[in-house]
Design a protein around this ligand. Structure first.
Ligand code: VTB
Length: 346
């Protein structure tokens, strides 16, 4: 049911966020790019006839004024909801959002940013803590053959076999971070080629599920919330995705997750995560019966064009994936902000 009722609306949610953020492309101001995307996403979301709960968002309530974790969105959360939402028709969903995935990419006019969300029934998305996640994404042909517990070299050999090609013909995306020095060396030594990205590992993960992108794997450590969003798409596409929380500050080397591994382990326990080293697969990170994923390119990417503005409008490209209809739709939309003077569209 989710897809038929929410399908078109969620496309508009990500489109509006991308159109807002795209105006800040190349302006060197990542905060504003993110803020306008958040506002646009929230505004459109609040017009949907649903009771939605943000499970992955902009952060904790005290640090994020909008789309914070736990925030309720949708018409059916208004105080006068009974006017609009009949109890028997009520749709209750959990939502993971990243209104501007790759804020740096937008701010510096680089490829690969997008507005993205995943949606499922209540409880259908893992409420990932704001830690890091070791990730392994690979094409459907390698699903359940590669394993994050194996070494990168072993996985590359398995991947080569599954994809019927040589290791030398594989391309692995890795985020360009000091923490990945050994990983990058090992991949190169094994014979595969590395594509370093500065940001945006959601897009990189999803690319693995589409042949023709020439991306065969994503390896390394990125943010955990983004991992859940990637997993939602990969679950629908039948691709391989595994994630393992990383909470040791010495491993991630960013100074962003406190100072002690032990403290972080306690924090995870407080959140109800009793086995912090568990390896999750896509079906566990996005476990709902129905999972929908929607993304719109902000800057150009491997799968989607970025937002292109013209006088009085803009054109966007989005990707909507549904576990229900088992479809991945590319949606090309022309948005007319004003009544057009002529109907000559481009
Ligand atoms: C990661 C990655 C994201 O930001 O969160 C990265 O998953 C930040 O990583 O796709 P560092 O803390 O190591 O800088 C993104 O690239 C963009 O949100």
């Amino acid at each position: 049911m989710l897809e038929s009722t929410l399908g078109l609306e969620i496309i508009e949610v990500v489109e509006q966020a991308a159109i807002a953020a795209g105006r800040w492309m190349g302006k060197g101001d990542k905060k504003t790019a993110d803020q306008v995307a958040v506002e646009a996403m929230r505004e459109r979301m609040n017009k949907i006839k649903m009771r939605g709960r943000i499970v992955i968002g902009e952060g904790e309530r005290d640090e994020a004024p909008m789309l914070y974790i736990g925030e309720e969105v949708g018409i059916c959360t208004r105080p006068d909801a009974e006017k609009y939402c009949k109890p028997e028709e009520l749709i209750e969903v959990d939502i993971a959002v990243d209104p501007c995935e790759g804020t740096n990419l937008v701010a510096y006019g680089q490829n690969g940013s997008m507005a993205v969300l995943a949606i499922s029934e209540k409880g259908g998305l893992f409420a990932a803590p704001d830690f890091y996640m070791k990730k392994l994404a690979a094409p459907p042909a390698a699903k359940n053959h590669v394993d994050i517990r194996k070494t990168p070299t072993e996985n590359l050999n398995i991947l080569a076999e599954c994809l019927d090609r040589k290791v030398e013909e594989l391309v692995v995306v890795v985020m360009d971070r000091p923490r990945h020095k050994d990983l990058i060396n090992e991949i190169r030594k094994a014979g595969a080629r590395v594509r370093l990205i500065s940001d945006g590992d959601v897009s990189a993960a999803i690319c693995c599920a589409f042949s023709g992108t020439n991306i065969h794997a994503l390896m390394g450590i990125g943010a955990a919330p983004e991992g859940v969003i990637s997993a939602a798409a990969m679950r629908c596409l039948g691709g391989h995705f595994q994630g393992q929380l990383i909470y040791d500050p010495e491993v991630v080397q960013t100074g962003l997750i406190g100072e002690s591994k032990e403290d972080n382990r306690k924090r995870l326990l407080d959140m109800g995560i009793t086995d912090p080293d568990k390896v999750y697969n896509a079906e566990e990170l996005a476990s709902g019966e129905t999972v929908l994923f929607a993304a719109t390119g902000i800057t150009p990417g491997m799968l989607m064009e970025g937002v292109r503005y013209f006088h009085g409008g803009a054109r966007t490209q989005s990707l909507v994936i549904s576990s229900q209809s088992k479809t991945a739709r590319f949606v090309d939309t022309i948005h007319l902000f004003e009544r057009p003077k002529t109907l000559q569209l481009r």
